[in-house]
Write a protein that binds this ligand. Structure first.
Ligand SMILES: Nc1ncnc2c1ncn2[C@@H]1O[C@H](COP(=O)(O)OP(=O)(O)OP(=O)(O)O)[C@@H](O)[C@H]1O
Length: 211
């Protein structure tokens, strides 16, 4: 589960980023909506251990992640947090399967069976040996989902995962994210301004109130 409490963060003291308290169990979903510039990516980066807040705590399975520093925080992130971005962050010179193996290698939890299962569930088994440069955007985003899930994370954080996809692929990506997170009993948080996602996740909060 993930818990965020009393977070304080700003880039400019005069413009504090409003940060909602969050408590999500494994298998639950949350959609964070908000217009451009409202702080969605900042919130996700703080939840994901990428940006240290000035005050407050983020706990994942009872570990206060910002009590960890340096390599210990990196290791915790790799093993417990899966991230999906708007554009796939996967390594172009490698094949799909090599990307997934590398992600497992860094977390020290190799499980080739899980890789095969994810490729199958996400409908990209036939692309396992393809270079990622040979994939369509929708396929590449499905590889990103597989990479985010490949270490059986406690938390999956997705930042605008559908923004560059057409309606059909956007729907597929949201469906797969939800289905796979549920299967792994991971807490899933999606931040987006894409209104197509709204109807798929009922638990929603709006950054900066209703706009
Ligand atoms: N590194 C930074 N330094 C200073 N200001 C920043 C930095 N990153 C973001 N900001 C500012 O903080 C605010 C929130 O940015 P953030 O990227 O979190 O918003 P967002 O809701 O994700 O926007 P978008 O939907 O456009 O991606 C914006 O006003 C942005 O300009």
């Amino acid at each position: 589960m993930i818990l965020a409490k009393n977070i304080l963060f700003y880039y400019d003291k005069a413009a504090r980023i409003p940060f909602p308290d969050i408590a999500l169990e494994g298998g639950e979903e949350l959609l964070v909506l908000g217009k451009s510039g409202s702080g969605k990516t900042t919130v996700l980066n703080i939840l994901g251990g990428l940006l240290r807040p000035f005050e407050g705590t983020v706990e994942i399975d009872e570990t206060a992640i910002y009590d960890l520093r340096g390599a210990a925080l990196d290791k915790f992130r790799g093993a417990n947090i899966g991230m999906v971005f708007q554009k796939p962050h996967i390594l172009a010179p490698l094949t799909v399967k090599e990307n997934l193996r590398l992600a497992q290698y860094f977390s020290g939890k190799p499980d080739h069976g899980l890789i095969d299962r994810l490729l199958q569930d996400l409908g990209i088994s036939h692309k396992a040996a393809s270079k990622v440069t040979a994939l369509s955007e929708g396929e590449a985003q499905r590889v990103s989902i597989a990479r985010a899930l490949v270490n059986n994370p406690k938390v999956v954080l997705a930042d605008e995962p559908t923004a560059s996809l057409d309606d059909e692929n956007a729907e597929m990506v949201i469906h797969l994210l939800k289905e796979q997170a549920k299967k792994m009993h991971s807490a899933l948080i999606i931040v987006t301004h894409d209104h197509r996602v709204k109807e798929h996740v009922s638990n929603q909060i709006m950054m900066g109130g209703n706009q």
